[in-house]
Design a protein around this ligand. Structure first.
Ligand SMILES: Nc1ncnc2c1ncn2[C@@H]1O[C@H](COP(=O)(O)OP(=O)(O)OP(=O)(O)O)[C@@H](O)[C@H]1O
Length: 253
């Protein structure tokens, strides 16, 4: 694996019981870029995303073969710790899911679990993480108010701050804007582009304009297979596969 790749799957297959949901997926995700996964409903985008930080471990019926390498190490290796993997490879979900606690406590939760106790240190992490998620200015005077009182877009940025607080390298985002209005969506898209200066972002989206706006690389999936992976401009302007072209021109999906 070369230095520019941070995550890599090799011949990855996943079954939910009898359902073969991922078929021979081999892909390299470049470091400090935004990669979008697109494709029709049910093609396996979320499943592939969840394989990248072992979230599928939580689904009893799922079984995988093949490899998922993070910085060259197999995250499914018997010695790998799923919790440590999820710290380095964080996840943001479709629906913002802050804890029913204060804004401050949401961000401080992860570092506290990892043994950060000193108030000054926690304060610094909370501030840095909220700044990193472009939320600090909006909440700095009400850090101890309930997170659930924030708007949906603010809650989603809080969830991004919560994942930044444990110093991830990769942030996986599963349709992070689908529950948001266009203004909140625009703020998250700006943030995603900014995050890629320091982190690697992989985003599942149904919105092809969004993929075109935020990502440098795009993978097109269809019925469990990765049909094509390339620079986003290439995928949208001159795809190599007819299936990709049919999808992006709206002929199906
Ligand atoms: N927990 C599960 N148990 C059984 N089958 C599942 C489970 N999760 C997903 N599947 C099936 O695996 C396939 C891939 O689903 P997945 O959610 O990954 O697709 P997707 O491309 O993300 O879809 P969408 O865009 O609708 O979210 C689908 O056929 C789905 O029904």
């Amino acid at each position: 694996m070369d230095n520019s790749t941070i995550l890599e799957t090799k011949d990855l297959n996943l079954w939910y019981g009898q359902k073969h949901a991922l078929i021979d997926i081999t892909v390299r995700i470049p470091k400090k870029t935004v990669t979008a996964l697109i494709g029709p409903s049910g093609c396996g985008k979320s499943t592939l995303l969840r394989c990248c930080n072992r979230m599928n471990d939580l689904i009893d019926s799922s079984r995988i073969t093949g490899n998922v390498l993070f910085n060259g190490e197999d995250i499914y290796d018997g010695h790998a710790d799923a919790y440590a993997v999820r710290e380095k490879i964080g996840m943001v979900f479709q629906k913002p899911n802050p804890f029913p606690k204060s804004i401050y406590e949401n961000v401080a939760y992860g570092p506290r679990i990892h043994g950060v106790r000193e108030k000054g240190a926690l304060d610094r992490i909370v501030e840095e993480s909220l700044k990193g998620a472009a939320l600090w200015d909006e909440v700095k005077d009400r850090l101890h108010e309930p997170a659930l009182a924030l708007s949906g877009g603010q809650q989603q940025r809080l969830c991004i701050a919560r994942s930044l607080a444990v110093e991830p390298e990769v942030i996986l985002m599963d349709e992070p804007c689908s529950a948001l209005d266009p203004i909140a969506t625009g703020k998250i898209e700006d943030l995603i582009i900014r995050l890629a200066r320091n982190y690697t972002v992989v985003i599942v989206t149904h919105n092809m304009q969004q993929a075109a706006r935020v990502s440098e690389y795009t993978g097109f999936m269809y019925m469990g297979e990765l049909i094509e992976f390339d620079e986003t401009s290439r995928i949208f302007e001159d795809p190599g596969e007819e299936l990709t072209e049919n999808y992006i021109t709206g002929r199906f999906g």
